[in-house]
Design a protein around this ligand. Structure first.
Ligand code: PLP
Length: 967
């Protein structure tokens, strides 16, 4: 029932075997060199020879199809190598294979235009550093040509391209020719050097390539594509490649009605050429296309600025290094950072460069390019992290008294942002993972239940925003499109803020991309325009009883395309997962109503939170980070994914590591109820990582495998000790997040195989140490150790749900109707500023008071680290479950809780006064509405709950999590 574009335009990336193809290629060359080196010295009659030769042939058979998708070493050279092997000229073959392998491993083919030396048939080496430097300044890429050609035609084309090269070119490219539709798709996924694809007219559909590993890339591809008429094939291929790798420039060269094709598929192709008439143009178009992505207007402007002689007569003594160069004492700052950092220091007010607060030049362009790269309609840079971005978006869109549904487990910037905005906050509960002291994510059913709760209370109109974290710190990723689809069916003008602080990289990769906010917004927009979808909606609307909440909960809802608006915001900590200096973040927007409904308020909010002295180095790094995303993001993210996969596999298969450590699998982190595919482990010894894609296509929640949570309870150490005492202090390994019995490792685009190897080595050392320590324990010590292990592995305190806001802060509903769970967090927050409104109560006293029936209300956010989410917010009632959780926590850091004094709570008198003020406000609202009565509205009033407000619980009950106490 979800809204998806017509299937024939959807290409699916089957990338689970990727790891094996790239690895297979690298391993293949290593084995080939090994075998040939042995064969080169074996006597002809040696008994080993025949089996070695047979092995070499197996490797060649496996490598041949893979090599056909790369420009280096290329078909001709690979063919020659095969012939030498066939003729048993093994010393020569060995030498050639060794050099090819070396060039491939070091990737020097990217920087040496004459990698293949014609005289001795071997790739030549780059001779000197300066030569290498010169070539590095001209990046290399490959262009895929889809056409059926003979080997000589292909050679001629390659020579033609090489003849066109000029010293003035900014880049160097080589070509890869593939003969069919299927080959083109495989090459798109396999060859990360590609930057452009030229699709020529008339080519077959099927690949002759029968290699099973490569054919897996085509899994899920629509077979109808084959029956398309040949002239439609090019446009269809273009559309499918654009879905897999939208950053690639696509060109169509056709012999038929170019004008008509241009009108139909112009938006997919960068240019459409007629026959051979324009091949000079094509060459320049390819260079220009890559140049557009390579251009970094702000970084460029900053560099130019740094070179200009300027006299500094404004406030910024450090600009151009002046205050450092003249100093007797702080010269080491310049020594450490280099002078360019200071040469590039300037301020908008001094007129040197564009201004972040009112960009009109290179900064404006840089933001437009970022919007293109991340698939947004507009993008704003921020120099104070996503913490600031979140506050900007909330303030821009939420008015005081608007209701916002928000994941309670979200980053603290949202809680504070909502306080500032004066929102009525309705906290959503994520499903708990008690066993690992962490939360999952918010089930869609719970979001729908909450929205329907507001409908029942008569206050749905005031619900403005749904705010969720995608992906969570622990790597749980939503089905963003589905969440928005179903919510829009209940409230068509909802605004969504997706906190993608940890997910900026996801845009680069076809597996991740569909689950990003921007890609989902774009798809929904397309879907709502589709007449077939409107018909589906009409049928659906006629079949459902919109008054039956239960039915709405059980059904996959379809919004009315005539009413639903796409209003989606995403915030990225670019600096967390991509290349950008610390605090470099972006706000991406896909809001159909931005101009009419948000532009002015967004501008005001941006002004509220943005420094008037933004750091220009951060802005320049965002510009360059965007360039990297568009030119090599795909390769980098695929490698990041592979390293994580390798890390997981190695721990799984190592006998000692398995005893103490285990990476959490999807089955551990997402209850079965939210895994439609039933997949509980992405990796399997037989099928590799196939399950990953299956799950990512269908499940409500999936796991980003590059975030690997290691369970360590069996070592007897808690997460904090493991992180600080072992990883950091002893081995210099930095990680970010821990829970009571887990530590989280993340691979990123800077991770290397050596770093993974080091981590494995360290884990082995730690495991050996634990082994040795346990062996040395006395009987009593052993019992203590075992008790500790049991406590860490089996006895986690159940995570408490959000209890409720106190009556004094609780949301209003239409009189006579059920209460809702939203609260006025701002009033509670500021009430606590006056000490006379507050008192302290310690844990034991609090437990007694609650048992005696007193309502204790927190005056502060109380946030234990770990897990790092607020277990209490201002205005929230302290429940017995929360106390139990606090008591069982053995963490040192609890913000908002003073060990000497206890909880800061509101006094009874303060609560009474607050309740009276709230009732007065409700009465005022009631009289205001009475003056303008609305149909079906009984007036607004406070509902005093007897004895408890209606609490919305998570359902269906997760099947695989541990039990938790029910209220
Ligand atoms: C989910 C989430 N959102 C926002 C932020 C804040 O991002 P920044 O550090 O860029 O301010 C964080 C920081 O860890 C986060 O985890």
């Amino acid at each position: 029932m979800t809204s998806r574009p017509p299937t024939e335009t959807r290409a699916r990336a089957s990338l689970s075997r990727h790891r094996s193809v790239w690895e297979m290629r690298a391993d293949g060359w290593i084995s080939l060199v090994d075998d040939l080196s042995r064969l080169a010295i074996l006597a002809p009659e040696h008994p080993e020879r025949a089996s070695r030769l047979a092995h070499v042939q197996t490797i060649i058979d496996a490598l041949a199809p893979v090599e056909s998708y790369w420009a280096f070493p290329g078909g001709r050279v690979f063919g020659e190598l095969c012939q030498w092997i066939e003729r048993e000229e093994l010393a020569r073959a060995h030498q050639a294979a060794r050099r090819i392998h070396r060039v491939l491993a070091a990737r020097t083919y990217r920087h040496d235009a004459n990698t293949l030396d014609n005289d001795n048939e071997l790739p030549s080496q780059i001779e000197t550093d300066s030569e290498r430097q010169a070539q590095l300044t001209r990046p290399y890429f490959e262009v895929l040509i889809v056409d059926e050609m003979s080997a000589s035609e292909e050679d001629a084309l390659r020579r033609r391209v090489q003849r066109k090269r000029s010293a003035d070119d900014d880049f160097v490219f080589d070509i890869v020719v593939v003969p069919s539709f299927e080959d083109a798709l495989i090459a798109t996924l396999v060859n990360f050097n590609l930057q452009a694809v030229v699709i020529r007219h008339g080519f077959p559909f099927r690949s002759v390539n029968r290699n099973g590993m490569l054919r897996r890339f085509l899994e899920g591809m629509d077979d109808n594509s084959e029956s398309m008429p040949e002239f439609e094939r090019g446009p269809l291929l273009g559309r499918q490649i654009a879905q897999l790798r939208p950053e690639l420039d696509l060109y169509l060269v056709t012999d038929v009605s170019v004008e008509e094709i241009a009108a139909r598929v112009g938006e997919v192709f960068k240019r459409i050429f007629f026959g051979e008439e324009d091949h000079i143009e094509l060459y320049s178009a390819i260079m220009k296309g890559v140049g557009e992505r390579h251009r970094t207007p702000f970084f460029h402007a900053l560099r130019d600025y740094a070179k200009q002689p300027t006299g500094v007569f404004h406030a910024l003594p450090l600009a151009r290094g002046k205050s450092i160069m003249n100093s007797n004492w702080i010269g080491d700052l310049a020594q450490f950072y280099g002078m360019n950092l200071f040469m590039a220091e300037t301020s908008a007010t001094s007129g040197g460069l564009d201004s972040l607060l009112d960009p009109v030049g290179p900064l404006k362009l840089a933001q437009e390019y970022a919007a293109r790269a991340f698939g947004a309609r507009r993008t704003y840079f921020a120099t104070n992290g996503t913490s600031t971005c979140n506050k900007i978006v909330v303030q821009a869109l939420v008015r005081p008294d608007d209701i916002v549904l928000v994941d309670r487990n979200c980053h603290k910037s949202h809680h504070y942002g909502l306080v500032l905005a004066g929102a009525q906050v309705a906290y959503l509960d994520s499903y708990p993972l008690d066993q690992y002291s962490m939360y999952g994510a918010v089930p869609l059913r719970h979001i729908k239940e909450t929205l329907l709760g507001f409908r029942r209370a008569g206050t749905l109109e005031r619900v403005r925003m749904v705010l969720l974290t995608n992906c969570t710190f622990d790597g749980i990723v939503y089905d963003v499109e589905r969440v928005m689809t179903e919510c829009l069916a209940i409230k068509p003008d909802l605004v969504f803020l997706w906190d993608e602080a940890w997910f900026a990289f996801a845009r680069c990769h076809p597996i991740y991309r569909p689950r990003t906010a921007m890609a989902s917004a774009a798809r929904l927009c397309e879907t709502f325009k589709d007449p077939a979808y409107a018909r589906r909606h009409a049928e659906f609307a006629a079949s459902i009883d919109w008054e039956d909440d239960q039915q709405l909960l059980e059904t996959r809802l379809i919004p009315d395309p005539a009413k639903a608006r796409i209003r989606v915001y995403a915030t990225h900590s670019t600096h967390k997962t991509l290349t950008a200096l610390r605090q470099g973040s972006m706000i991406h927007i896909w809001d159909q109503d931005f101009k009419d409904k948000a532009e002015e308020s967004f501008h005001e909010a941006y002004m509220t939170h943005t420094s008037t002295s933004p750091n220009y180095q951060i802005l320049a790094s965002l510009d360059v980070g965007r360039r990297q995303v568009e030119l090599e993001g795909y390769e980098l993210i695929q490698r990041q994914l592979e390293l994580a996969m390798s890390l997981r596999e190695q721990v799984l298969h190592h006998p000692l590591l398995r005893r103490y450590f285990r990476f959490l699998r999807i089955g551990d982190l997402v209850p079965l109820a939210y895994r439609e595919s039933g997949v509980d482990n992405y990796y399997n010894d037989e099928t590799g990582w196939d399950n990953l894609e299956v799950a990512w296509r269908s499940d409500e929640f999936v796991l980003d495998p590059s975030r690997a949570t290691l369970v360590i309870g069996t070592t007897g150490m808690d997460g904090d000790t493991f992180k600080n005492k072992e990883l950091m202090d002893r081995y210099g390994i930095q990680i970010n997040k821990t829970s009571r019995n887990t530590v989280l490792f993340m691979t990123n685009i800077g991770s290397t195989r050596s770093a993974i190897a080091y981590l494995i080595e360290v884990l082995i050392k730690i495991a050996r140490d634990v082994d040795a320590r346990v062996a040395d324990l006395s009987a009593i010590e052993r019992r203590i150790h075992e008790r500790r292990v049991r406590s860490l592995t089996l006895e986690q305190p159940p995570l408490p749900n959000f209890s409720s806001f106190h009556f004094a802060f609780r949301g209003r509903s239409v009189e006579g109707r059920a209460g809702t769970r939203d609260g006025d967090i701002r009033s509670a927050f500021f009430l606590s500023y006056d000490d006379t409104n507050c008192e302290y109560i310690d844990m034991a006293e609090a437990a007694r008071a609650i048992a005696e029936g007193r309502e204790l209300v927190s005056a502060l956010f109380v946030i234990p680290y770990p897990p790092g989410f607020p277990i209490l917010v201002p205005g929230q009632v302290i429940s017995a479950e929360i106390l139990q959780f606090m008591a069982a926590l053995d963490v040192r850091e609890i913000h908002g809780f003073r060990p000497d004094l206890g909880f800061r709570i509101f006094s009874r008198a303060a609560l009474d006064r607050a309740a009276q003020a709230t009732a007065a406000r409700a009465a005022l609202a009631l009289s205001g509405r009475a003056a303008q009565p609305q149909a079906g509205d009984e007036g607004l009033g406070l509902v005093r709950p007897e004895p408890e407000p209606e609490l919305i619980t998570l359902s269906p009950t997760p099947k695989k999590t541990t039990t938790r106490s029910k209220k």
